[in-house]
Design a protein around this ligand. Structure first.
Ligand code: MG
Length: 195
C-alpha cells in the first residue's frame, strides 16, 4: 500500500532522464530492503551439494559444469530460496563471491543478489571468516544465516549480536531442505522468537 503511494508521489520527479527513471526502483528497493531481515546464503553445502558416499541421487540435484568444474546443484534450492525472498533480503555469503551471481542466479532463476566479499580470508569447510562482513551488512537488522559450516565461533557471535539472529545449519549433501524454509519463514513471521 505504502509502496503504491510512494511510487505515485515520486514518479513525476524521476521522469526527467532515463537514468533517474531506471535508478528510482533500485533506490526504492534498497529502502524497502533496509526494513527487512537479512538472509545470508552460503553456496557450497546449501545449493551446491557435496560429501556423498556414492553417486549423488538424481532426485536431489543434477550436475552442472560451472566455471569448468562439475557442481551438483540442488534442484529444490531455487524454489526454496525464491519463497524465502518474500520474507527476507537474500544476500550471498559465500567464497564464490561475485561468481554466485555470475553463475548461479541465472541457473536458479533468482535476481542478482548483494554479494559479500572476504578478500583472501575465504576457506572451504569453515565459516568464521564470514562474520565481519555479514555483521557489517546486517548491522541494525535481524539476521538469519544458512550455512553448512557453522562453528562454535559463529554461534557465540550470534548470541552476542544485539539484533535477533538465527543460524540455520545444513548438511552438505542435502543443502537447504523444506524444514529449513519452514523454520526461517516462521521466525520472520512470528517476530524473531528464539526457537
Ligand atoms: Mg559451505
Amino acid at each position: 500500500m505504502g509502496r503504491t503511494a510512494h511510487t505515485r508521489a515520486r514518479a513525476p520527479a524521476a521522469a526527467g532522464t532515463a537514468r533517474a527513471l531506471s535508478s528510482f526502483p533500485v533506490a526504492q528497493q534498497q529502502a524497502e530492503n533496509g526494513e527487512r531481515p537479512v538472509l545470508a546464503v552460503d553456496v557450497d553445502g546449501v545449493i551446491s551439494l557435496f560429501g556423498f558416499d556414492e553417486t549423488p541421487p538424481s532426485s536431489v540435484g543434477r550436475f552442472h559444469l560451472i566455471d569448468g568444474m562439475p557442481h551438483f546443484i540442488s534442484t529444490a534450492a531455487a524454489d526454496r530460496l525464491e519463497r524465502l525472498s518474500d520474507h527476507y533480503e537474500l544476500i550471498w555469503a559465500t567464497g564464490w563471491e561475485e561468481r554466485a551471481n555470475e553463475y548461479l542466479t541465472g541457473l536458479l532463476g533468482l535476481p542478482t543478489l548483494p554479494v559479500l566479499t572476504f578478500g583472501s580470508d575465504a576457506r572451504f569447510g569453515s565459516a568464521h571468516w564470514k562474520l565481519g562482513p555479514i555483521g557489517e551488512y546486517a548491522a541494525g537488522r535481524p539476521l538469519a544465516w544458512i550455512d553448512d559450516s557453522l562453528s562454535e565461533d559463529c554461534h557465540e557471535w550470534a548470541k552476542e549480536r544485539s539484533e535477533p539472529t538465527l543460524l540455520v545449519p545444513t548438511e552438505s549433501e542435502l543443502g537447504i531442505e523444506e524444514a529449513h524454509v519452514e523454520v526461517l519463514r516462521r521466525w520472520a513471521e512470528d517476530g524473531y522468537q528464539p526457537s
